[in-house]
Design a protein around this ligand. Structure first.
Ligand code: WTA
Length: 617
């Protein structure tokens, strides 16, 4: 079945995708053309009209799912709420009406900075319903990061909460927004959900409580139809320069590929309960908490807090309590659970589970085996899904029950996807050898551009090898044609499944008044995948002290968010550079892992620098 459908999807993609789009989506006006591809710009399902929120909600009200749970939510303190499709629909209608009342119209941007609560999804779907482009900012980001993103997309509104719960403590979301708003001239209004109930200042005329503004709106709303290519959201992600990239996704193609992934990758059944542990601030949360599952009429389980609160068995308790059938999580979480010990898993039955998923980074075979044996009791297949913020939907993955599994390999391309592993000249590398990962064909959920920077879009993804999308990952095919993704080969690190650009951290460090220069590299880390090691040169006269290391770590957390807090800060008299002044990261990487510098160092400007760095060990 897979072989036949896959062949159709790559040989006659328009026939394949056209049929899927007609079958799986609800159209207000049928599309005329499946794909209009003018490299690097794709338009899918031209002339078609639909409403994404209607596809995720309204259509289920008449298909017998009105009283089915769309979302089961558990807060960190143990509070549980279930929203049926009907209830979720009503809340989203209220949100759409509220945003309209504030004067927002199609094409405007709204930023969402929320804890993991149902209202985060309600805000997203409320925006989608009226054609407002949302940008969700992960709740772990700092006010500086909020400011940059809001300014880049010129958001008119921010939807936030007083705070969220994390390990029993309050995350000060509103406070961070207030600080950011000192430098965001485009923001007119702030909608504030009361979540923690602690006191937060409200600015007269600007800030409105959710329970005043949204809750009082009518619970019905006639969704307008929008074109297939109407922008749905911008999601900022790290690249190899200091400025995050605003990845733009549009409506029909994005929704279709995610819906199709629900059907084939998650092999969705009507009684499934999907526990996706990602935050809605990341693309995994967009695609597999909100748009994919709801479009497919699934029940999702959403959890607000930390995996080890109050004890390191929280996920397992959640699964048993709510009878989750699918768990979709990240290797870094799996490795943390491994370290915390099997006993926490074994306290729970986990017999509702039937499928396990992994995403965000390569999963090492040891973690794979543990996940398979201890969590899945050797009953549940593991789908190791490779994809990116930019791809919008799962691209390479085994299909459960179809693809024989190999621990550590993400296996086979999803429908319509043609991955290539190529060398510097653009030739296929032989099976078993490593190369750079490219995609040879456009796909429905692909990013359409980078917000406000189409040049960067071309340069970043389409210039490495003309005609091919460059993923930024290193990979190899094995002798059976299975794909193994090794990790990033650009200046992007993957720390605990979070993409962090080294340039971003470097510019945060050098913004500290004591710092002259900084270089950031990754070092393999057992739990986090990669850890951040920062080499810092101080300004003349500044003394290198242990306290200053802490100050710099805290400074980065303040500038970006605690997810980017450096693991190591190391002071250096000078950084190793080539004659043209480029920092030699390869050498720093070798020093970071504690090894001796191998290879050719003749292009170094200052040999003494390497010697001193090594002596610092
Ligand atoms: C990495 C997350 C190996 C990869 C959906 C990619 C993976 C980056 C896998 C995208 C996987 C994601 N195996 N590596 N199954 N899934 N990656 O944008 O380096 O946060 O380029 O999207 O994560 O991260 P992003």
């Amino acid at each position: 079945m897979y072989k036949r459908l896959y062949a159709e999807s790559v040989n006659t993609p328009e026939r394949f995708w056209g049929r899927q789009a007609r079958e799986l989506l609800f159209w207000r006006r049928p599309f005329k053309k499946v794909l209009n591809w003018k490299l690097p710009h794709a338009k899918w399902f031209e002339k078609g009209q639909l409403n994404v929120s209607e596809n995720c909600l309204d259509r289920h009200l008449t298909s017998g799912r009105a009283n089915k749970a769309a979302m089961i939510f558990e807060g960190e303190a143990g509070d549980v709420r279930t929203l049926t499709y009907r209830q979720l629909h009503q809340e989203v209608c209220r949100m759409a009406n509220a945003l309209t009342a504030l004067g927002l119209v199609r094409g405007d941007r709204a930023a969402i900075y929320m804890p993991m609560v149902p209202e985060a999804a309600i805000a997203m779907l409320g925006c989608a319903r009226i054609g407002v482009i949302h940008t969700v900012i992960f709740g772990g980001f700092s006010s500086e990061a909020i400011k940059d993103r809001v300014n880049d997309c010129q958001a008119r509104v921010i939807i936030t909460a007083d705070g969220g719960w994390r390990r029993g403590r309050i995350v000060e979301l509103k406070e961070n927004v207030d600080r950011a708003l000192a430098g965001t001239p485009t923001v007119e209004r702030v909608i504030v959900l009361k979540r923690t109930g602690h006191e937060v200042p409200m600015v007269e005329g600007r800030d409105r409580w959710w329970h005043d503004l949204v809750a009082s709106q009518p619970s019905s709303h006639k969704a307008k139809a929008f074109g297939s290519e109407n922008p749905l959201f911008i999601l900022y992600t790290s690249g190899s320069t200091g400025k995050p990239k605003g990845v733009l996704h549009t409506s029909a193609g994005y929704l279709l590929q995610n819906h199709l992934a629900m059907k084939y990758v998650f092999d969705l059944k009507d009684d499934d309960i999907l526990f996706c542990t990602a935050d809605v601030g990341w693309v995994t949360g967009h695609s597999y908490i909100v748009y994919g599952p709801l479009s497919a009429g699934a029940t999702i389980l959403m959890y607000e807090g930390a995996p080890n609160h109050p004890e390191p068995d929280r996920f397992w308790a959640l699964i048993d309590r709510h009878h989750a059938t699918i768990l979709y999580t990240a290797p870094t979480a799996i490795r943390a659970f491994m370290r915390w010990g099997d006993a926490y898993v074994k306290r729970h039955r986990l017999d509702s589970l039937r499928l396990l998923g992994s995403v965000g980074e390569p999963i090492n075979p040891e973690a794979w085996m543990w996940y398979y044996t201890v969590v899945g009791k050797k009953r549940c297949p593991i789908i190791d899904t490779w994809w990116q913020t930019e791809t919008g939907a799962i691209m390479v993955t085994p299909l459960p029950g179809v693809t024989p599994l190999k621990p550590g390999s993400c296996a086979m391309p999803f429908f319509g996807v043609v991955p290539k592993v190529l060398d510097e000249q653009g030739n296929d590398v032989p099976r078993g050898s490593g190369g750079r990962l490219f995609l040879a064909k456009p796909w429905p959920a692909m990013l359409r551009t980078l917000w406000g920077d189409d040049d960067r879009f071309r340069r970043q993804y389409w210039s490495e090898l003309p005609g091919y999308y460059f993923a930024g990952d290193g990979a190899r095919f094995d002798k059976d044609g299975y794909l193994w993704v090794v990790g990033r080969i650009d200046d992007v690190l993957n720390v605990s499944g979070h993409r962090i650009g080294t340039a971003e951290v470097e510019s945060a460090i050098v913004s500290h008044p004591f710092v002259a220069e900084a270089a950031v590299v990754g070092r393999p880390d057992e739990i986090k995948g990669q850890a951040l090691v920062c080499f810092v040169t101080l300004k003349n006269g500044i003394e290198a002290t242990a306290e200053l290391k802490e100050v710099i770590r805290a400074h980065v957390a303040k500038e970006i968010g605690s997810l980017a807090r450096p693991d190591d800060v190391r002071f250096a008299a000078g950084l190793p550079k080539t004659r043209s002044g480029k920092i030699m990261r390869r050498i720093l990487k070798e020093i970071a892992v504690g090894g001796v510098v191998k290879g050719d160092t003749t292009t170094l400007e200052d040999f003494a620098v390497v010697a001193t760095l090594q002596a610092e060990e």
